[in-house]
Design a protein around this ligand. Structure first.
Ligand SMILES: [Zn+2]
Length: 101
């Protein structure tokens, strides 16, 4: 059951968004039901992440890491290493040399 919790949250958000897009002119009460579905889905996801993840910072637990560029990967060219200032979580991002960003 616990593993299905994020799925339920995402399903509620997806359904709410889908109904919102599909029934823009629907009954007023239904309109609020769509928002309620999205909000309940988000709340379910937040509770799930807050209770299952171990990061000390609450923002990190729900996926909002504060990344800073700490260096380059010496194994793969053009791969940047980012580390979260709060929890130390690291992620590696490949950046192409000719990227137009
Ligand atoms: Zn973090």
């Amino acid at each position: 059951m616990k593993k299905k919790t994020p799925l339920i949250g995402y399903t509620l958000i997806f359904l709410g968004t889908a109904f919102l897009v599909a029934d823009a002119d629907a009954l007023f009460n239904m309109y609020y039901l769509h928002y309620a579905s999205i909000i309940v889905g988000i709340v379910i996801l937040l509770i799930y992440y807050l209770t299952t993840r171990s990061e000390k910072n609450l923002l990190c637990r729900i996926g909002f890491h504060k990344f800073e560029h700490v260096g380059w990967d010496d194994k793969v060219t053009f791969r940047l290493i980012y580390r979260c200032q709060r929890c130390g979580y690291e992620k590696k991002v490949i950046r192409s040399s000719g990227g137009g960003v």
